[in-house]
Design a protein around this ligand. Sequence first.
Ligand code: KG4
Ligand code: ZN
Length: 343
Amino acid sequence: MLVLGIESSCDETGIALYDSEAGLLSHALHSQVAMHAEYGGVVPELASRDHIRRVVPLLREAMARGQRTFDDIDAVAYTRGPGLAGALLVGCAFAEALAVALDKPTIPVHHLEGHLLSPLLSSDPPSFPFVGLLVSGGHTQLMRVTAVGEYELLGETLDDAAGEAFDKSAKMLGLPYPGGALLSKLAEQGDPAKYTLPRPMLHSGDLSFSFSGLKTAVLTLVREQGETLSDEFRADAARAFQEAIVEVLVKKSLKAMKQTGLKQLVVAGGVGANRQLRATLDDEARRKKFRVYYPELEFCTDNGAMIALAGCLRLLSGAPSKPAGSFAIQPRWPLMDISSHGA
Ligand code: KG4
Ligand code: ZN
């Protein structure tokens, strides 16, 4: 079965071809990061317009690289939500129109399901069940993933997402948007002993997170410095922030492993690319005898491959596709709503 996948929920346009037998055949991606950087964050209207410009050339690229024709496609999967309404509408309308033209069904996909299943694209994939730590720009959640479509929320952030905290702290340290990856580079030169920032909810006894206080602590530290921030201060502050957030993410993940008794942890979403987070989790996994799986780096952030994969796995697991032509996006959409575990 050959599934075309289309992602357009935020600031990346991604298109991919996934074959149930051969795996990922091709994927093409355009990131709008440079366009939004000028404004210090994603501008929704610009995002929608850029998706419109990119979607046809990316489709051509994915089809050519995958060496398949439109006739070979069995279904068209696309991100239905959550995300920016205008951006979602572009991918959704394009996918539905294409499917009508091809006389094939569509599979509306939950963006976070794509992230959660993305490690299955790697050559050494996890097997079900596993604990999923989803750490993206918009979400921070711990989930029990029993099978495709069976997700149980174990805990989530009460305010900012981990990626959002990275990006906002990076901005305070004078880094351009989106600063998460740049902050983590800067942190590598910082002294971990120079400043200690709070570890919010570390001892809350549950699997909830909260990162807005940590962000405020970075702001306080920055304000204490006065007008100009030295390179040394910026590196030390970045390190202090990263030490705090990584400790919270790791400790809560360990608690989720203990609570569920599972032996596999999957880390998905953009923050999963963070090197300190990976190194610390790998150390703990060795000590506590469980395995950690990450998506390939190129599939940590938004992409079409994870949407094509999730669409294909949903079809294979018996979830219904739908006739093309009618559509609705869902900008706000809890993952639990698609789970057989229910909300
Ligand atoms: O999953 P993703 O592409 O977007 C959402 O679906 O929200 O994740 C993007 C987030 C951004 O906040 C970005 O700063 C963060 O992931 N990120 C990182 C790193 N690379 C990307 N955060 C920390 N360390 C990194 N190396
Ligand atoms: Zn995402």
